[in-house]
Design a protein around this ligand. Structure first.
Ligand code: SAH
Ligand code: SF4
Ligand code: F3S
Length: 446
């Protein structure tokens, strides 16, 4: 093999984005160079998500669109992976005759061999078997476009079985990677110039529980905090039930741990939280938020909320609104409840009418927009440490980066400093970003 082009179309969460980077790194060793143009590709992979019905539909229609490219170029190999592929397996091949390869969430290491088999035989393959342990890929996956921040998977799967959620079924049981392996990977990333790591897991707070060794998530973060060259640590996602006092203390003790936590609450009603099988109540959640804020007063807290879960009455919804008003999240992602095959919530009665769901979502989102703006505006006039990621999306002459609290800042005169940590004074605040001015004095010259 040599000089072939790989195009990857990614849906879903950061875990999928990272896995696409891993696939690209694996295929690079097998002679495939990543391209951003599907028309030039010899191999197309659609990395799918099935968290909500809409995500599954999007991936399906994108796969359908590649039929035409296959017709024009019969040598093109089209593959599908990720959570929807794991869920549907063989059905995918039947549904899409132009598809040669279906691989699941535990099959990434096997992709090169699978592609070679398709190339050699022209046959079609499905590989969606689950494995009990994590298979090391033996590669370092870097983010696309020389981004200074890298994802690091610390665990796979999920054992929580929240009643609405398909993830435990498509990602399998929770398994943590060995602490030593994670540290070695992060040191190698630091040696290659990575400044920020984002630790990934469906519930990072339960890191280590499936292992015999004594390393829990707070220990892991503390150890990463000592790695030279890593100036920022982030993680996602945290389940509130497993958020420990030790981890909360890390926000004051580990200097490189950024002041941001994504802590999905899902609902403010105890009754709904019980039906969701979340294993915490609103009081416990609010207490954890208070503890986080007292350990780290400037911490930014973001959340996820599901609207219209079966049994959610106006009163339950009002409890969610009340919780949001009390807490005032820096941001919250909110979703209409979407029924997923095989989940426990499918069997629950008292489904909520779709019009009511939409009305509630609209109300909740307007409230959150007010809170986000209010929070962002508190930064006006303040100086923030920003890691420059590259040119701004809307204006290529401007630079864009993130504050430690994970807010996007755009400003003039920094694009040549990609990967540098700079100091920016915030001049204006909007819903999705901040506008700033580069300070003369850099935080960390590079
Ligand atoms: N492991 C993460 C969540 C991953 S899914 C965690 O526990 O926080 C991201 C978000 O999608 C969830 O937090 C939830 O708000 C939403 N979600 C998951 N399943 C859903 C469903 N069936 N309908 C609507 N939203 C859902
Ligand atoms: Fe899904 Fe719950 Fe696991 Fe998150 S913790 S992935 S919401 S089952
Ligand atoms: Fe989607 Fe799978 Fe992530 S279902 S949200 S891509 S874990």
């Amino acid at each position: 093999m040599g000089g072939k082009n790989l195009y990857i179309h990614t849906y879903g969460c950061q875990m999928n984005v990272h896995e696409s980077d891993q696939i690209a790194a694996l295929m690079l060793q097998n002679g495939y160079v990543r391209t951003d143009n599907p028309r030039r590709a010899d191999l197309i992979i659609v990395n799918t998500c099935t968290i909500r019905e809409k995500a599954a539909q999007k991936a399906m229609s994108q796969l359908g669109r590649f039929r035409e490219l296959k017709r024009k170029n019969p040598g093109l190999i089209v593959g599908v992976g990720g959570c929807l592929a794991q869920q549907l397996g063989q059905v995918m091949l039947k549904k899409f005759p132009h598809l040669s390869l279906v691989f699941g969430t535990h099959s990434i290491d096997r992709i090169p061999a699978l592609v070679r088999s398709v190339e050699a035989t022209g046959a079609r393959f499905v590989d969606t078997a689950f494995r009990e342990s994590i298979v090391s890929l033996g590669i370092l996956a870097f983010p696309e476009n020389g981004h200074p921040s890298a994802y690091v998977t610390i665990m796979q799967g999920c054992n929580n079985f929240c009643s609405y959620c398909v993830v435990p079924y498509v990602r399998g049981r929770e398994v943590s990677r060995k602490c030593e392996d994670i540290l070695t990977e992060i040191k190698a990333l630091a040696d290659r110039g990575i400044k920020e790591v984002v630790l990934l897991g469906q519930n990072v707070n339960s890191y280590g529980k499936t292992m015999n060794e004594e390393c829990d998530f707070a220990n892991l973060v503390t150890k990463i905090g000592k790695i030279n060259g890593i100036e920022r640590i982030r993680f996602t996602t945290s389940h509130p039930k497993d958020l420990s006092g030790e981890l909360i203390r890390c926000f004051s003790n580990v200097k490189t741990l950024c002041e941001h936590i994504h802590l999905p609450v899902q609902s403010g009603s105890d009754k709904i939280l019980r039906r969701m099988n979340r294993k915490y109540g609103r009081e416990i959640y609010m207490e954890k938020v208070r503890d986080l804020r007292s350990a780290c007063p400037e911490i930014s807290i973001t959340s996820d909320v599901i609207v219209g879960f079966p049994g959610e009455t106006d009163r339950d919804f009002q409890e969610t609104i009340d919780l949001m008003e009390k807490i005032r999240f820096d941001n919250a992602y909110s979703f209409l409840y979407s029924e997923r095959a095989g989940t426990a919530a499918m069997k629950l009665d008292q489904k909520v009418d779709v019009c009511i769901k939409r009305e509630r979502l609209h109300y909740l989102q307007s409230l959150q927009e007010r809170h986000t703006l209010e929070k962002n505006r508190t930064l006006i006039g303040k100086r923030q440490e920003v890691l420059i990621e590259g040119p701004s999306k809307n204006c290529q002459q401007d630079a864009t980066g993130r504050t430690r609290s994970n807010k996007i800042v755009n400003f003039e005169g920094g694009i040549e400093k990609k990967g540098c940590m700079v100091s920016v004074r915030i001049k204006d605040a909007y819903l999705h970003s901040l506008r700033g001015e580069l300070s003369q004095e850099e935080v960390n010259p590079c």
